[in-house]
Design a binder for this molecule. Structure first.
Ligand code: FCB
Length: 440
């Protein structure tokens, strides 16, 4: 029998969450409104009319959740800070109660020997900043840097992520409108894109100026793109898709320029180029210390640029299950963007499993998904990919954006009626992986 795949000593095992998806308590302790409060309160935007209230009520139950993290033996917990808890209107003096919540959380992690990894922005923009133009307004990037400075100084956290998935904000928030702020306008989408990247760079500069030795990077969802067939048209379409899915974010951050082909295509559709001012790309390419990689799905495209599904999909219909894609993403990053360590900051699957009569949640599908993805990742690591760690999405079932509570990505089940937590079979399986560093 082959010996089980074993990850290197020191490989970091974690789980990830985001503020709006788990906290609830959206009006408590001085928190201001965010664009997701507004968006989810608007009928028709979120399935079943769900909102971020009460979510997993983590704001009140964080101690119990910290204990869960410790029981699973995790070395790292990735969470996000809600900007509207820190600056309820997006500017000005910090709200102490908001800071105190995250201080307690970080202290609780330290007491349990778990390293914090904090995301500055996981989509919950203060509504007042949206009223002033949101990410289409260049000033929002400067406001983001102010907010970042407040939390950098207040919280004892070594590893930071700037913007979670700028691409999802561009596409879902501004092109398709299925996420807050619900805009459907390609031209505006790419203006927002530039300001999101600028915000990332400004925050990285602030951290390096004020706290040398701490680390920061973006959290990018990367979709490996492949031609769906052998035609030159499909190859061209896959290259174009790679521009919009990957290089549009990686190239400015790593190389200090937008990919020419992609920028040309965008410029035919809107004014993004006019918003790129002298010095912006130098800011955006401020050296980063780590790259958060989020992998869920590949994109196979045909000669017309249409997405083609070649493998089974999950309950989330966009999620084509293809573990090999994770191998391809990290080996490509190691080859083409070699400067920084990679941390997998999200990877996971929604399943419909409910507790059985014995209370157990038998989510075999998730175990298979995680095992296959970790095996692909392990192979990449063996071949020299610089991957430091892995975070499963997600620690808890939570508010899955436009899908509300209908999609459960947690390794821990949340009964929303009682807020009882039940570690699913996948959590127990993952606990063993974390403990041994081995895949079985
Ligand atoms: C990612 C998001 C995360 C979660 C997963 C399923 O795009 O960053 O908040 O919704 O997808």
């Amino acid at each position: 029998m082959n010996s089980p795949a074993r990850f290197p000593d020191g490989f970091v095992w974690g789980a990830a969450t985001a503020a709006y998806q788990i906290e609830g308590a959206t009006t408590e302790d001085g928190r201001g409104a965010s664009i997701w409060d507004t968006f989810s309160a608007t009928p028709g935007n979120v399935r079943d009319g769900d909102t971020g209230e009460p979510a997993a009520d983590h704001y009140h139950r964080y101690r119990e959740d910290l204990d869960l993290i410790a029981e699973l033996g995790l070395g790292s917990y990735r969470f996000s800070i809600a900007w509207p808890r820190i600056q309820p209107t997006g500017t000005g003096r910090p709200n102490q109660k908001g800071l105190d919540f995250y201080r307690r959380l970080v202290d609780g992690l330290a007491e349990r020997g778990v390293s914090p990894m904090a995301t500055l922005f996981h989509w919950d923009l203060p509504q007042e900043l949206q009223d002033r133009g949101g990410w289409e307004n260049r000033d929002t990037a400067a406001r983001f840097a102010d907010y970042a400075e407040i939390v950098f100084d207040a919280l004892d956290i070594g590893d930071w992520l700037t913007i979670n998935e700028p691409k999802t904000i561009v596409q879902s928030g501004y092109q398709f409108g299925d996420h807050a702020p619900g805009v459907r306008d390609e031209a505006r989408a790419f203006v927002a894109c530039h300001h999101l990247l600028l915000a990332h760079g400004l925050a990285a500069q602030v951290l390096h100026d004020r706290h040398p030795g701490r680390r920061i990077g973006p959290a990018l969802n990367l979709h490996p793109t492949y031609p769906a067939d052998d035609t030159p048209e499909a190859a061209r379409a896959a290259r174009h898709a790679d521009g919009l899915e990957n290089r549009l974010y990686l190239d400015p951050i790593f190389k200090g320029h937008y990919p020419e082909d992609t920028l040309r295509w965008i410029s035919e559709r809107g004014p993004m180029r006019d918003h790129i001012l002298e010095g912006d790309l130098a800011t955006i390419s401020t050296p980063i210390d780590l790259l958060g990689v989020q992998y869920y799905t590949p994109h196979f495209v045909d000669g017309d640029g249409e997405r083609v599904f070649k493998h089974p999909t999950a309950q989330a219909e966009w999620l084509e299950i293809y573990p090999e894609g994770l191998y391809d993403v990290v080996t490509r990053l190691t080859r083409d963007y070699p400067r920084v360590p990679l941390v997998i900051t999200e990877n996971g699957l929604p399943t419909l499993d409910e507790p059985g009569p014995d209370g157990r949640v038998r989510d075999e599908g998730r175990i298979a998904f995680l095992r296959d993805h970790l095996a692909a990742l392990h192979r990449a690591v063996e071949e020299g990919a610089r991957v430091e760690g892995y975070h499963v999405w997600s620690l808890l079932d939570n508010f899955e954006w436009a899908q509300g509570y209908s999609q459960r990505f947690g390794i821990v089940y949340v009964d929303y009626a009682t807020q009882k937590r039940i570690p699913k079979d996948s959590a127990l399986w993952y606990r063993d992986v974390v403990k041994t560093g081995e895949l079985r």
